[in-house]
Design a protein around this ligand. Sequence first.
Ligand SMILES: *[C@@H]1O[C@H](CO)[C@@H](O)[C@H](O)[C@H]1NC(C)=O
Ligand SMILES: *[C@@H]1O[C@H](CO)[C@@H](O)[C@H](O)[C@H]1NC(C)=O
Ligand SMILES: *[C@@H]1O[C@H](CO)[C@@H](O)[C@H](O)[C@H]1NC(C)=O
Ligand SMILES: *[C@@H]1O[C@H](CO)[C@@H](O)[C@H](O)[C@H]1NC(C)=O
Ligand SMILES: *[C@@H]1O[C@H](CO)[C@@H](O)[C@H](O)[C@H]1NC(C)=O
Ligand SMILES: *[C@@H]1O[C@H](CO)[C@@H](O)[C@H](O)[C@H]1NC(C)=O
Ligand SMILES: *[C@@H]1O[C@H](CO)[C@@H](O)[C@H](O)[C@H]1NC(C)=O
Length: 416
Amino acid sequence: MAQRHFALLLLLTGYVAAWNTFVVPHADGQDDTPVLKAALASGNYSANATILFAKGTKYNIFTPIKFPTFTNVEIAIEGNLSYPDDISTVQNVVSASGFPGSWFTFTGGNNVTLRGSTDPKWGWVDGHGQAWWDAAQQTNRPHGWAFNHITNGVIRDIKLWKPIAWNFATSGSKNLHVYNNKIVAVSSTGSFPFNTDGFSAGGTNMLFENNHVQNGDDCLTVGSGAENIVFRNSYCEGGHGLSIGSLGKGGSVADVQNVLIENVIMKNTLYAARFKSWTGGNGLARNITWKNIAFDNVLFPVYVTQNYWDQEVGSPSSSSTNNTHIQDFLFENFVGTINDKPGYVEGSCVTDPCWYAVPGATGKEVIIFDLYPGTATNIVAKHILARTETFSPVRVLCNSSTCWDGLFVPTLKGLL
Ligand SMILES: *[C@@H]1O[C@H](CO)[C@@H](O)[C@H](O)[C@H]1NC(C)=O
Ligand SMILES: *[C@@H]1O[C@H](CO)[C@@H](O)[C@H](O)[C@H]1NC(C)=O
Ligand SMILES: *[C@@H]1O[C@H](CO)[C@@H](O)[C@H](O)[C@H]1NC(C)=O
Ligand SMILES: *[C@@H]1O[C@H](CO)[C@@H](O)[C@H](O)[C@H]1NC(C)=O
Ligand SMILES: *[C@@H]1O[C@H](CO)[C@@H](O)[C@H](O)[C@H]1NC(C)=O
Ligand SMILES: *[C@@H]1O[C@H](CO)[C@@H](O)[C@H](O)[C@H]1NC(C)=O
Ligand SMILES: *[C@@H]1O[C@H](CO)[C@@H](O)[C@H](O)[C@H]1NC(C)=O
């Protein structure tokens, strides 16, 4: 009897301790993806496993990695990872059939951690984006990290250096904690890092915090279907704001609810808080709060448009009667300076007028609400403190029956 219990205990202990670690090997000058692919294909690392890119090693990720469905798996990036450094190699991969869409693609699973290193010298993923930005090359660009269809996931301490374009996306995931990540999409030549979006939040129940983003597009973008998203205690520089949308493109039905964005510094950005939807869309965006936002040298601190359009395509005809409805938006505790430098042109502007130009705006507006009648309810802006860099009076632009175009007048109740 005692012996049998002992055997059972051994069995249980062995079972619990079964954790597989795969240290990704590296060969100089070679693509390190194929060996990892083969290991993943063995099935040994799909559950209860760590896949480690070891510190001290500089890996070549010359072809994309698509992970299988994972259960209790950690991907640890403690070494440096490098994309191919020439544009055409990447373009050939992206244009080939079977390209998963992103350079790193997670396909789903439960309890999945993607983590980097807290050592400032190691754990960087280098996209060699500079060459792409310098050439204004926008054909066949890969996305960075698709962390899709994961339940109970973590993304932390990841560091991205000069990514080609879009960085993290979390579509179809739930219960995520995304923190201490760093994105450095900063051009050293004056060229513009187009479409280097930071975090694209899709899915439900996500907490993003303590992230640092320097880029050339949205710092955060919350997409259709997203629900219960918190983004806080972060820094965004150079990009296009804390955005919801764009929603309702091509008449689609959008649904976003319960988003809280708070305690964020916006430096040298085009927008701070931003909502964008296309005319002709459907659906509802509700209960969205931006609060405690410090902005420094920002063109459009608070900006809501139901009239979004593509720079390349031009303004849509607004004959459609439908729009994504908006409800219960709050902008609270905004402090900062408006970039109204005469003649200033933001780096993503390649047309005249710029894609972000608002007819009737003077450049001195702290708030622009570009709304369709009867589709927006309970939008409140309060405790807004702003000055322009030229010290001219701060204005608002708001074509709704409940607020006005003209000088910004703070009221106790707020605007609208
Ligand atoms: C992973 O480990 C847990 C216990 O820690 C165990 O219940 C589960 O069966 C293991 N999964 C696989 C696929 O080995
Ligand atoms: C997978 O596990 C089996 C059984 O333990 C082992 O024989 C095989 O070498 C492993 N393969 C890899 C790639 O780890
Ligand atoms: C989740 O995965 C981590 C490794 O990332 C592991 O340490 C932990 O035990 C897993 N949790 C459960 C409940 O299995
Ligand atoms: C790792 O990559 C980053 C970004 O390219 C670089 O600054 C750093 O020096 C690299 N680390 C080492 C040890 O080479
Ligand atoms: C609004 O969203 C916040 C943040 O996600 C949430 O805590 C709150 O419960 C929501 N309120 C309503 C009325 O849905
Ligand atoms: C407007 O929305 C309604 C309800 O969703 C839909 O039935 C109708 O087809 C839409 N019209 C247009 C022009 O998109
Ligand atoms: C609101 O007013 C602005 C400025 O006059 C104009 O560009 C925009 O088209 C108007 N929006 C709507 C939805 O009518």
